[in-house]
Design a protein around this ligand. Structure first.
Ligand SMILES: Cc1cc2nc3c(=O)[nH]c(=O)nc-3n(C[C@H](O)[C@H](O)[C@H](O)COP(=O)(O)OP(=O)(O)OC[C@H]3O[C@@H](n4cnc5c(N)ncnc54)[C@H](O)[C@@H]3O)c2cc1C
Length: 413
């Protein structure tokens, strides 16, 4: 017999859980948000110290609360982001219970039994908001017992945490490039393993790239490009925000290498794809400039031209003549940071809401198990779904769906 009954249990109090709570509140739907840590725990404890948002705060926020103390074009620190969600939860008096981990969800008659370390709750509906980026995904390339420190980007905090010596950073999305840049600035020798990526201009014609992606409808794309589940996007809000330019990083002393492929006898081998990956990023960058120019012309906007944005520096030697293998000891590499993304674990979700590979089976967050919903997943409805401003709309859709189903359940002729 379950201890407590409530209409909806939301699991996780990151931005997805808080947004869901707000939309359920607006619909007058009783609910509770269970969070195993603190509100926005991942922003507090699973990001590096110097991280700031990738988007300026006028954009990376919920529609009805601004970041206090920051100008619209500034980038919030990770602590400011976590504080923002605490402030938001306070503002709506969100029924968040911190320090409560959900250990299983099972169907129980018309609803669900939600087990926690603190007792069971009986819920009519469950919203899973446990994050798009849950567990470190490290490719099995370098064995764990190799005499080199290996960390995932979610465990990296700052350069002082690493033993003396050079560092190989694997992955050149926003985490990898920012960590590599910080390590280089701290005086480390850095190798950066660069795979395929998008590389938008930080600002073009007086507009941030988040604005361009918005007006061009690119945040609203509903499916990832063919063959990709995730768009690796090399972008940074650090130091007030600047375009990631791999030529500049190489010119300041970073050694770029291709995708990390294999390891044997102390030597990491890289694919011969560095020049192609840089060219792919350049094409993405130039494509956005072209689309922006076309948009300006079509709408007759008065935005200054930016011809300098099309001028690239010389191709670095490490791209022309790439390093294809690196003897870690000879190169003095004592650490490897894997900025290689995340995976999920839904083993506790024991309902028919997952596909054969254990991944959420849903349409716009409405799962194949009636009454179970997901919010905050990559591409849940569109490219923007995992972002602070994007999850808002998905949470609204899910809350609407819950309200509609409650209407059917309540109907009596
Ligand atoms: C390095 C990095 C930088 C990012 N920068 C930006 C940015 O600048 N702008 C932007 O818009 N987005 C950014 N994102 C993307 C996204 O905003 C974050 O990943 C965000 O944390 C996702 O929020 P969420 O609520 O969906 O999930 P999470 O923040 O992961 O929240 C899920 C919550 O669920 C809890 N939980 C998990 N399992 C259980 C359980 N069984 N029981 C109870 N609680 C549980 C967790 O403790 C966690 O608090 C970034 C992501 C990363 C990795």
């Amino acid at each position: 017999m379950a201890d407590e009954r409530i209409d909806v249990v939301v699991i996780g109090a990151g931005q997805a859980g808080i947004a869901t709570s707000e939309h359920l509140r607006r619909q007058g739907i009783p609910h509770v948000v269970l969070e195993r840590g603190r509100i926005a725990e991942r922003w507090r404890s699973q990001r590096w110290d110097s991280l700031v948002t990738n988007g300026p705060v006028w954009h990376d926020r919920f529609p009805n609360l601004e970041f206090s103390g920051l100008g619209p074009d500034e980038f919030a620190t990770k602590e400011a982001v976590a504080d923002y969600f605490v402030e938001y939860a306070d503002q709506i008096d969100a029924p968040v219970r911190e320090g409560i981990e959900v250990t299983s969800v099972r169907r129980d008659g018309p609803g669900f039994r939600v087990e926690t370390a603190d007792g069971a709750i009986q819920a009519q509906q469950v919203v899973v908001a446990t994050g798009p980026f849950q567990l470190p995904a490290v490719p099995p390339i370098v064995p764990a017992d190799t005499a080199v420190t290996q960390l995932h980007s979610s465990d990296y905090r700052n350069p002082d945490q690493l033993p003396e010596g050079a560092v190989l950073v694997v992955g050149a999305g926003s985490s990898g490039v920012q960590i590599a840049d910080e390590l280089l600035a701290s005086g480390r020798e850095v190798y950066l393993s660069v795979g395929p990526h998008d590389r938008p201009p930080r600002r073009y014609r007086e507009r941030d790239f988040v604005w361009w992606l918005g007006v061009l409808g690119l945040w609203d794309l509903t499916t990832p490009p063919e063959g990709a589940e995730h768009v690796t996007i090399a972008v940074s809000g650090a130091d007030g925000g600047r375009t990631i330019d791999f030529r500049e990083l190489a010119a300041s002393g970073m050694t770029l290498v291709g995708r990390s492929e294999s390891y044997a006898d102390g030597v990491v081998r890289f694919a011969p794809d560095l020049a192609d990956n840089i060219a792919g990023g350049d094409a993405n960058y130039l494509g956005l400039l072209d689309a922006a120019d076309a948009y300006v012309a079509r709408h007759g906007l008065d935005l200054p031209e930016g011809p300098d944005a099309r001028v690239f520096g010389p191709t670095p030697d490490c791209v022309k003549d790439p390093v294809l293998s690196l003897d870690l000891a000879d190169a003095g590499v004592t650490s490897i940071i894997w900025a290689t993304g995340f995976r999920s674990d839904y083993s506790w979700l024991q309902v028919d809401a997952l596909d054969a590979d254990g991944r959420p089976a849903h349409r716009r967050g409405v799962s194949t198990e009636p009454g179970v919903y997901f919010v905050g997943l990559p591409w849940l409805s569109r490219r923007g779904s995992t972002f602070i401003w994007g999850v808002w709309h998905d949470a609204g859709y899910v809350a609407d769906h819950i309200a509609t189903q409650r209407g059917y359940a309540a109907y009596r002729p």
